[in-house]
Design a protein around this ligand. Structure first.
Ligand code: DBV
Length: 247
């Protein structure tokens, strides 16, 4: 089973169709990785692949896809806009573990407390969110410190049925992504220096948080070691800081 491959295929095809995509470089050694865990009949191969694109308004569109049989499937898919735009991040964390499915889909705001920002980037999504929440109820238990990084349209759910993932979650992923691309199409570059500074600060704060708290760190370290995992997190998955240093 490769539960989230259709999500990834759909995302790349749709972005390619609607935006002007170019490849985003993946550092050598991080295009893919494979590890084996368990012994005898329980032996499982854990295969991780990386995918990267960019567009004139999007600095990095990237995915990490972890596949290890029916009980471990993960697609982490995030879009980081260029710093000249006040666009939110698109974030998808689609996780299937032995304990069940855990789904996070959102357009994560740069300025959560700004009414104007919410009016532009969250309110238009609320009808969609309300529609999906009927089938995908709030997933509960959610780290308090992560709150500032989520929008009011944050879809956070723990489906108990596989069928909910292949139907409602897939539809929600498609709808959120298409709405996001609509925002991208409309976005105009910011020129005000103060606003540009605020965007950079907000992007850095988000990326530092995600890199520091990456919930996959434990899993990736177990399979691929600490050195590979830290470099993967800081050199590819959440790489803005590196790029600002070398710019
Ligand atoms: N999460 C990542 C990356 C992953 C990844 C880069 C390469 O940011 C996977 C893979 N997320 C992943 C895994 C788990 C979670 C959990 C493997 C399960 C961890 C475990 O149970 O061992 C949203 N993802 C989670 C959790 C949250 C999120 C809140 C629960 C963990 C917890 O309670 O601390 N990820 C988190 C988030 C976004 C996101 C803030 C935004 C959409 O992508």
């Amino acid at each position: 089973m490769t539960l989230y491959q259709p999500f990834l295929d759909y995302a790349i095809a749709t972005l390619q169709d609607r935006l002007d995509l170019s490849p985003y470089p993946i550092p050598a050694g991080f295009e893919s990785n494979t590890a084996t865990t368990g012994k005898g009949k329980r032996e499982v191969t854990v295969h991780t692949t990386s995918h990267g694109y960019c567009s004139p308004k999007l600095r990095q569109i990237r995915a990490a896809h972890v596949q290890a049989g029916d009980s471990l499937q993960v697609l982490n898919f995030v879009i980081f806009p260029r710093l000249e735009y006040d666009l939110p991040f698109f974030g998808g964390d689609l996780v299937t573990l032995p304990g069940g499915h855990l789904i996070a889909i959102d357009m994560q705001p740069l300025f959560r407390d700004s009414p104007d920002y919410q009016a532009r980037y969250s309110e238009p999504i609320m009808p969609m969110f309300n529609r999906y929440q009927q089938h995908l109820p709030w997933g509960g238990d959610f780290p308090e410190e992560a709150q500032p990084f989520f929008s009011p349209a944050f879809l956070w759910t723990r489906p108990t049925e596989l069928e909910d993932v292949t139907t409602h979650v897939f539809n929600a992923f498609k709808d959120y992504l298409n709405a996001y691309i609509g925002f991208v199409e409309q976005a105009q570059p910011i020129t005000d220096p103060e606003q540009l500074k605020a965007i950079e600060t907000a992007q850095l704060s988000y990326i530092r948080y995600r890199a520091e708290k990456d919930p996959a760190r434990g899993m990736l370290t177990r399979y691929y070691g600490a050195e590979w995992t830290e470099e993967y997190i800081h050199g590819f998955l959440f790489d803005l800081e590196r790029h600002l240093q070398t710019a």
